[in-house]
Design a protein around this ligand. Structure first.
Ligand code: FEO
Length: 170
């Protein structure tokens, strides 16, 4: 069993991760509409990774005898005026998710829940990668995205991203 506050925060985070998946599917939809299938592919895979995060947290709660409660997933409601907009929104969102993961980690630390801290070490590290990936995308877009040939090449590069299962096994 887990501390009730830690359990509740992780249960809420499952919803946040599913929302992240939904948000990135919405980004992908925008890029498909714009004819940028590489950017769309990148976010389709990102959405899959977010679902993985939710499933890992679900398994963690279940492995600790906790009942998981699923809530409604909020509707993504952003509008974009440029291919750069979702990239910036993505970084902003990941910074927010980092704050949520840190809150879980701190709650676990406060009650000496070393098991949750050990599990969430992976998510803390993952958030570092998520923020870097989002920031790298913005930098690449700013360097190459305003030139049609550069945008084409960047789109082709993002088309090569393939899905890899998470390295965390529970
Ligand atoms: Fe689940 Fe993008 O962090």
């Amino acid at each position: 069993m887990l501390d009730p506050k830690v359990k509740e925060l992780i249960n809420t985070q499952i919803n946040q991760e599913l929302y992240s998946a939904y948000l990135y599917l919405d980004f992908a939809n925008y890029y498909y509409d714009e004819g940028l299938d590489g950017f769309a592919n990148w976010y389709d895979i990102q959405a899959q990774e977010e679902r993985d995060h939710a499933m890992l947290m679900r398994t963690y709660l279940q492995n600790n005898g906790e009942r998981v409660t699923l809530d409604a997933v909020a509707k993504p409601d952003q509008t974009f005026n440029s291919p750069e907009d979702p990239l910036k929104a993505g970084l902003e969102h990941e910074i927010y998710v980092t704050s949520l993961i840190n809150t879980i980690y701190k709650a676990a630390q406060d009650v000496n829940d070393f098991r949750t801290m050990q599990c969430f070490d992976w998510f803390v590290k993952e958030q570092g990668e998520e923020e870097k990936n989002a920031d790298d995308l913005i930098k690449k877009y700013q360097l190459f995205g305003h030139d049609p040939k550069g945008l084409y090449a960047l789109n082709q590069e993002l088309l090569t991203r393939t899905y890899a299962a998470p390295s965390l096994v529970l």
